[in-house]
Design a protein around this ligand. Structure first.
Ligand SMILES: [Ca+2]
Length: 159
């Protein structure tokens, strides 16, 4: 051990080796960063697209849950909520014409859509003439634009 540390030449070599090692490490680090940046550039759009698809699915699921609640409301109150009452009629008993109202039909209030906007409810419907229209403005957060998630079919939307 004493011989090892006592050898000056050997020590210098060790220091040079260490310098070379840390040099490689820096290059490797840069390489890793480049690889990570490249991967991020490739993966991020796919991931974003997939999570957008997940949000669209979530909005569809939420609309289905509203529909179940609205049907239960319709059975007990014998009408659908008016446009003015809106989806909140599923949570709080409407002031008028609501004798049969028994329960909150939604457990956790009226959620917003996955993009932070209110779902739009309309009764009587413009598209569902015998029922109500219910939709999310979609990812663009605006009316229309082919991305609205609606409770009526595409055909009717284009008409
Ligand atoms: Ca839209």
């Amino acid at each position: 051990m004493k011989a090892f540390w006592g050898n000056k030449k050997r020590r210098l070599e060790l220091r040079r080796d260490a310098a070379r090692v840390s040099g490689f490490t820096l290059i490797e680090l840069l390489l890793v960063l480049v690889i990570l940046a490249t991967l991020a550039a490739i993966v991020t759009p796919k991931f974003t697209k997939r999570s957008e698809q997940a949000r669209i699915t979530a909005a569809k699921t939420q609309i289905s849950e509203f529909e179940v609640a609205l049907e239960a409301f319709e059975i007990e109150v014998t009408r659908y909520p008016t446009t003015a009452e809106g989806l909140w009629a599923l949570v709080e008993k409407p002031a008028a014409d609501s004798d049969g109202w028994l329960q909150p039909y939604l457990k956790r209030g009226v959620p917003k859509d996955p993009w932070g906007n209110e779902y739009v409810y309309r009764y009587p419907g413009q598209y569902n003439e015998d029922g109500y229209d219910l939709y999310s403005l979609g990812p663009d957060r605006k009316q229309g634009g082919d991305d609205d998630i609606t409770n009526w079919s595409e055909d009717r939307q284009r008409r």
